[in-house]
Design a binder for this molecule. Structure first.
Ligand SMILES: NC(=O)c1ccc[n+]([C@@H]2O[C@H](COP(=O)([O-])OP(=O)(O)OC[C@H]3O[C@@H](n4cnc5c(N)ncnc54)[C@H](OP(=O)(O)O)[C@@H]3O)[C@@H](O)[C@H]2O)c1
Length: 276
């Protein structure tokens, strides 16, 4: 199988490196194309894949094409690709807000997978949700899943509406976690800790809590009960959060991202400059 990654930015490079290092493909069958000469030189230096400077030297030979350019560049890129694509090729897009129909029409093909990764893909701990057009076979879907899993874990959803919902949870989610971390760091600084110690206290607390959560089937609520005892310090903090409706506010924030993802998907061709 020949795989072509289009766009060698943060995400394209992450996928290309992860796929190359996974030994999923035989050497020489992973190609990457970026229009910028500077980026091409950077990509060549990694020595992990074949770097192309022209679409016509790589696109016709690809079985799977991973599109990783910004949504604002989607329509221009698809217009350029259209004369070179064929019906048997499978297109995997990670462009936020660009729908399967937009890609089908833009390229004049049928096999499309729309995927929504998140930033921890950069360190192999990504969460990618994806859904496919009807024309994609089970076998092809399994191959795509293996490609996506090289950057972490993935979940196959049944509709694009679920992709929008997952954008509100896992796509935008890392920023909510950073928000919470920043708030705790701000509190630590106010309490008199130096930046370095505040960072350690917060980072290790998050890492430890996540590790515990992933080590069992216990719900977050059950874990909270294990930390908080009646009349204790943790209970005081949790009561304060409940009094201030923090749970409802976080849910509202996730819904705001979900609604925004829906709105952006409705805008034609993903022409708006959108981001996960
Ligand atoms: N970052 C995230 O957490 C995240 C999460 C989910 C989804 N995504 C999606 O991932 C996609 C890529 O994001 P990113 O952060 O990796 O963007 P990025 O760093 O800007 O990378 C895109 C690359 O594609 C190049 N490019 C633009 N037009 C091209 C064309 N016609 N042909 C070939 N290459 C072209 C860009 O070159 P120039 O710089 O010269 O324009 C750039 O090197 C976006 O669609 C985004 O919605 C990102």
């Amino acid at each position: 199988m020949n795989v072509l990654v289009i766009g060698g930015g943060n995400m394209g490079m992450t996928y290309a490196e992860a796929i190359a290092k996974s030994n999923f493909l035989t050497s020489g069958s992973l190609m990457i194309f970026d229009k910028s000469e500077e980026k091409q030189a950077e990509l060549r230096a990694s020595n992990l894949f074949v770097v192309h400077a022209q679409l016509n030297t790589c696109l016709p030979a690809a079985d799977v094409v991973l599109i990783a350019v910004k949504p604002i560049h989607a329509s221009g890129l698809m217009a350029e690709m259209k004369p070179m694509v064929s019906a048997g090729q499978l297109f995997v897009s990670i462009m936020a807000g660009v729908t399967i129909d937009t890609i089908k029409q833009g390229l004049g093909i049928g096999k499309v997978v729309r995927a929504m990764p998140n930033l921890p893909a950069l360190v192999g701990l990504g969460m990618t949700s994806f859904t496919a057009s009807e024309q994609v076979s089970r076998l092809e879907l399994a191959a795509v899943e293996r490609l996506l899993d090289t950057t972490g874990r993935s979940i196959n959803l049944s509709s694009e509406s679920e992709i929008d919902a997952s954008t509100g949870i896992s796509g935008s989610g890392p920023a909510y976690i950073f928000y919470f971390m920043q708030a705790l760091m701000d509190a630590a600084l106010k309490m008199g800790f130096h930046e370095e110690n505040a960072r350690l206290l917060v980072g290790q607390t998050f890492a430890g809590a996540v590790e515990l959560f992933n080590s069992s089937d216990l719900s977050p609520e059950a874990w909270m009960a294990k930390v908080a005892s009646k009349g204790g310090t943790t209970r005081a903090a949790l009561d304060s959060m409940d009094d201030n409706n923090v749970n409802a506010l976080i849910q509202e924030a996730a819904y705001a991202a979900f609604r925004r993802a829906e709105e952006l998907g409705k805008q034609t061709g993903g022409k708006e400059a959108v981001h996960a």
